[in-house]
Design a protein around this ligand. Structure first.
Ligand code: PMP
Length: 430
């Protein structure tokens, strides 16, 4: 495998872009080596600037659930572009996608489109504060909700990967209103609620966190949060930017049967275009401007091209529920195969898996919260990442990210991944 153009581009990029990339984890800092620059992608594959092909296990960090460059979405985008790229005025397509979202995610009675997951979570917290008249909110250690100031406290994803879970630039004034709890610990929430009686506007969490690597909610945990929020008048926000339309048509809330008051969405909802959304109960969303006094706006929000891509994606998922069985099957085959190799090689590493998301942690301990995720040997992960890359498998370049599978993974490709996985694990231990 020849990698020359990517190296040259990275050297040049570093002159003009901070760290040479437009989003930190892309720089491969946590896994060593230089990032590969991507020229194109199709189906299960991405191709770098040197024309090397890689089997995709990130899929643009989630959106490409049907694989890359899907003809259906490509055609919808091209067709939409023929009528102009932005109007800054309402369109029929926005009404259609809003109706579809409320159908697929029934806890969302009204929804506002934005341009990223970050915008969705920032706005949702503002609305929850406006609705309750309270300032504080609880977030879980190691969960990531985009780069809004109030979320960059014990943040997962790139923030922990780069060693900055608490970012400089976030004022003490902002930070004091973000209360932290470990994930999967209801007693910790009860303590915070007692100590901040009638002051907590919201509890926000990834119901199935993917940003500290994948972790699974323990039995009764999400239900427990629901009960506490009901009792205390706290707005429960599920950040389903990753899990929405992925773990089920209606996201993690459908899978676990727990209904939040508000939901934030992103990634799949845009079919690969820059889209996010937040929504929830009618009486809460009626507080959003111009229906109510909580301000939130966007020049490009509801962009016609982005809506065409998103609408095509969501319509397809809505009409083809068998996609989720297919994704489960792909996830099962892959993770069972990895487990088999681990057993064969006598390695006691942990795999967390749900549907089309999984993480391999380089620790023998169970991983169920941020502290246990941090027990993983990230040096070993970096080596594993490089061994897989050499063998043409593109993983997320950090231990603290889930992998995302697509329907483009055939049995033959799964076997290729499993073969590369076993060879890589062997290479790690020699
Ligand atoms: N919430 C979650 C759960 C996420 O995983 C992410 C991004 N990975 C975000 C919010 C932020 O989304 P964006 O990167 O589109 O701003």
């Amino acid at each position: 495998m020849q990698i020359t153009r990517s190296k040259a581009l990275f050297e040049k990029a570093k002159n003009y872009i901070p760290g040479g990339v437009n989003s930190p984890v892309r720089a491969f800092r946590a896994v060593g080596g230089d990032p590969i620059f991507i020229k194109r992608a199709d189906g299960a594959f991405i191709y770098d600037e040197d024309d090397n092909a890689y089997i995709e296990l990130i899929n643009s960090w989630g959106p490409m659930i049907l694989g890359h460059n899907h003809p259906m979405i490509r055609e919808a985008v091209i067709k939409a572009m023929e009528n102009g790229t932005s109007f800054g005025a309402p369109t029929a397509r926005e009404v259609e996608i809003a109706e579809l979202i409320t159908h697929m995610v029934p806890s969302v009675e009204k929804v506002r489109m934005v341009n990223s997951g970050t915008e969705a979570t920032m706005s949702a917290i503002r609305v929850a504060r406006g609705f309750t008249g309270r300032d504080k909110f609880i977030k879980m250690e190691g969960h990531y909700h985009g780069h809004g100031d109030s979320f960059l406290i014990s943040a997962g994803s790139g923030a922990i990967t780069m060693g900055n879970p608490d970012s400089p630039g976030v004022t003490k004034g902002t930070a004091k209103d973000t209360l932290l709890a470990p994930y999967n610990d209801l007693e910790a929430i009860e303590k915070l609620v007692r100590a901040n009686k009638n002051e907590i506007a919201a509890i926000i969490l990834e119901p199935v966190p993917g940003n500290m690597g994948l972790a699974i909610p323990q039995k009764g945990y999400l239900e427990g949060l629901r009960k506490i929020c009901d009792r205390e008048g706290i707005v429960l926000i599920f950040d389903e930017v990753m899990t929405g339309f992925r773990l089920a048509k209606g996201g993690a809330q459908e899978l676990f049967g727990v209904s939040p008051d508000m939901t934030t969405l992103g990634k799949i909802i845009g079919g690969g275009m820059p889209v996010g959304a937040y929504g929830g109960k009618r009486e809460i969303m009626e507080h959003v401007s111009p229906a109510g006094p909580v301000y939130q706006a966007g020049t490009l929000s509801g962009n016609p091209i982005a809506m065409a891509a998103g609408l095509t994606m969501l319509n397809y998922l809505n009409e083809h529920p068998e996609v989720y069985n297919q994704l489960n099957e792909i996830g099962n085959k892959l993770t069972q195969g990895i487990r088999k190799s681990l057993d064969k090689l006598g390695l006691k590493y942990t795999i967390n898996h749900l549907g089309s998301m999984y993480s391999l942690f380089f620790t023998g301990q169970q991983v169920f919260d941020f502290n246990s995720a941090k027990q993983s040997n990230t040096v070993l992960f970096g080596k594993y990442f490089q061994e897989m890359l050499k063998r043409g498998i593109y993983l997320a370049p950090s231990q603290f990210e889930s992998l995302f599978l697509s329907t483009a993974l055939t049995d033959e490709l799964i076997q290729k991944i499993l073969h590369a996985n076993e060879e890589s694990l062997i290479a790690l231990h020699h």
